[in-house]
Design a protein around this ligand. Structure first.
Ligand SMILES: [Cu+2]
Length: 629
């Protein structure tokens, strides 16, 4: 039995939930399991639950009936009951791993594809790497009959250890109807040669020429944290971890011990969507390239198994993660989540006029997980600091998505990496869903702008500035953008709880790593990922509002999720609010991003702002390192 209602579904529970649904709804081979997720208990249920009490466990299972082309939302109690069975006509399932394998096999045996490859000098189709890219809704009219489709950019991999993205095959794609694994069209444009150079990156190919002396992280007394099931205790922090097939790593129930009083900060935090729109104007469907790695693929499906000494250094505790695939088979990833501590340099320091020095080293707790989706790696790193800060950092690495270009012809929206080898411009836009509960559920969100009066009677020396605080009172007015000129940030405060200065306690969201979407808001991707046009959205907490581009973005026309919910313009003051924060990177590829991109970082900070009476790091003990002063 799970120890806590928020524990991820165990392998047994995943298998049992699927078996119950199969039995009770008489599901057959045409039924695929799109997402099998924990049906998280409501805040009321969680608040009433006592350690050791019985737990009512349920799974939220999205089923795709491929024979009927029908998506069904269900909730299955582990007690054997089907509590919801709710067909969703018109919605389409995410792209599922086993389907992709069957469709690629079909594309590789299609005579038009084989002939197109041969014309390009490629005789062995087993040397072709095909990817399965969603169509968005940019489906050619004659194929647009409601089917789920994808298309297949291809690369030639001449040896098994070659860089899979060095030889993009120009102008050849199959368009595949997913549910019947049928190639419905082959797009074939001649005249684009395959780039010739190999660009290997494996150790035996590049050599490990730069060798530094060993650097070991030694914690002779062991780690300073404890992990009990999915609960972590470290320093003054206590929180729970979760993991699911869709979002990957999830953080639950974050609390901080403030001098003996445990105070709640967040109920649930996750990266609820990740969209990568490409800005490629090229031929043959290049404009279609935009993927929702969370909603269309399920980022958690692609979780890496992590390795001590490589992915993580120090005293590590790993947690295994489990998912059920489309066929209902349960897979467990050994070491899917890494938990450890890191030194973060100086936490604080002062040298007094009398020469007295006080200095403290800082440390942070890290919960991380890495997913590989085709060419890219996404590391999700949540950091908890001794000064009360929470940070999220996405680490982006992996291989640029390449395409072939005609040598000598300049491409207006791609970087030329090598002869005929292009890396199109694109963006990675993440949307964090932050259900903060600052000392309780009823909170308000305040925008803080720093402003200066013009030099004159209100500002005689021209140096003065003040802050203007504006409560974001309803959802329509709480769609906000960054303003670096006003040093804008947003605070989540509890209006019913004040600190010793009489001001409400709060945490602030510090915007950083923001990129502005380049796609026109009325373009296909602009409608489908409308959330990306504001860095901040605030909504009233609602258990079924989880994904900012809607529950099922695959081939969805858009304007679902945040734009739809916020049309209700619900009041937000002193309510249970959820912040949605959009951030990311504008990736104009560099030569130095090739052949494997050094890690790029993007994220945000949540910092206590009047939450504590003083720095919570002030009484951290001095370092006892033998190498210290
Ligand atoms: Cu990129």
């Amino acid at each position: 039995m799970p120890a806590h209602p928020l524990d991820p579904l165990s392998p047994d529970e995943l298998a049992t939930a699927i078996a119950i649904l199969r039995r009770e709804q008489q599901l057959g081979p045409q039924h695929l399991f799109v997402f099998t997720l924990l049906d998280e208990p409501s805040k009321t249920v969680l608040a009433a639950w006592q350690q050791g009490a019985a737990i009512d466990r349920a799974a939220r299972i999205t089923v795709w009936d491929r024979a009927e082309g029908l998506l069904i939302e269900s909730v299955v109690g582990l007690d054997g009951t089907v509590r919801r069975w709710d067909p969703q006509p018109g919605q389409k399932a995410a792209l599922l791993g086993p389907e992709a394998i069957a469709c690629i096999a079909a594309a590789k045996s299609d005579p038009r594809v084989i002939e197109g490859l041969q014309r390009r000098g490629i005789e062995d189709v087993s040397q072709v790497h095909m990817e399965t890219w969603p169509f968005g809704i940019d489906v050619p009219e004659h194929l647009d009959d409601g089917r789920r489709l994808f298309w297949t950019p291809m690369w030639h991999r001449s040896t098994p250890d070659a860089n899979q993205y060095a030889h993009p095959i120009g102008g050849l794609h199959a368009i595949v109807a997913i549910d019947t694994a049928e190639v419905v069209e082959v797009e074939d444009t001649d005249g684009i040669p395959t780039p010739p150079n190999a660009w290997p990156y494996r150790l035996h190919q590049t050599g490990g020429n730069v060798k530094l002396k060993a650097l070991d992280i030694i914690q002779p007394e062991g780690a300073s944290f404890t992990v009990d099931g999915w609960e972590v205790n470290w320093d003054r922090w206590r929180f729970r971890l979760g993991h699911c097939q869709r979002e990957g790593l999830v953080i639950h129930d974050v609390r901080f011990d403030d001098n003996g009083q445990e105070r709640k900060i967040a109920h649930r935090m996750s990266i609820a969507e990740l969209v990568i729109p490409y800005g490629d104007v090229g031929i043959n469907g290049a404009a279609r390239k935009a993927a929702f790695d969370t909603g269309e693929f399920g980022l958690g499906n692609y979780t890496n198994s992590l390795t001590l000494g490589c992915d993580c250094l120090g005293e590590i505790v790993y947690l295994d993660t489990s998912i059920a695939d489309a066929a209902g088979e349960v897979h467990t990833v050994k070491n899917g989540i890494c938990l450890h501590e890191e030194d973060t340099g100086i936490l604080w320091k002062h040298t007094d006029t009398d020469g007295h020095v006080e200095v403290r080293r800082g440390r942070r707790f890290v919960a991380s997980s890495i997913a590989t989706i085709d060419n890219y790696e996404y590391g999700y790193f949540w950091y908890f600091y001794q000064d009360g800060t929470i940070e999220f950092e996405a680490k982006l690495t992996g291989i640029l998505l390449t395409r072939a270009g005609v040598p000598g012809v300049e491409h207006p929206s791609a970087t030329l990496l090598d002869e005929g080898l292009l890396a199109p411009y694109h963006q990675h836009l993440f949307c964090a869903r932050l259900d903060l509960d600052i000392d309780g559920e009823n909170n308000s969100v305040v925008e803080v702008n720093s402003l200066a009066h013009p030099m004159g009677s209100d500002n005689p020396a021209g140096n003065a500035y003040f802050v203007r605080e504006t409560v974001l009172s309803s959802e329509a007015g709480a769609q906000r953008d960054i303003d670096p000129y006003a040093n804008r940030y947003w605070k989540v405060v509890n209006p019913s709880k004040t600190n010793h200065t009489g001001n409400p306690v709060g945490y602030k969201l510090m915007p950083s790593s923001v990129t502005w979407p380049m796609a026109d808001a009325e373009s296909v991707i602009g409608k489908r990922a409308r959330f990306m046009y504001h860095q901040l959205w605030v909504t009233r907490q609602q258990a079924d509002e989880l994904y900012p581009a809607g529950d099922h973005p695959y081939q969805h026309e858009g304007l679902d999720g945040l734009p739809r919910w916020t049309a209700a313009d619900r009041a937000l003051e002193n309510e249970d609010v959820v912040l949605w924060y959009t951030f990311g990177t504008n990736h104009i590829p560099r030569l130095e991003d090739w052949p494997v991109m050094p890690v790029e970082r993007s994220g945000f900070h949540l910092k206590p702002n009047g939450f504590f009476a003083r720095s919570p790091g002030i009484d951290v003990a001095p370092s006892e390192s033998k190498h210290c002063c």
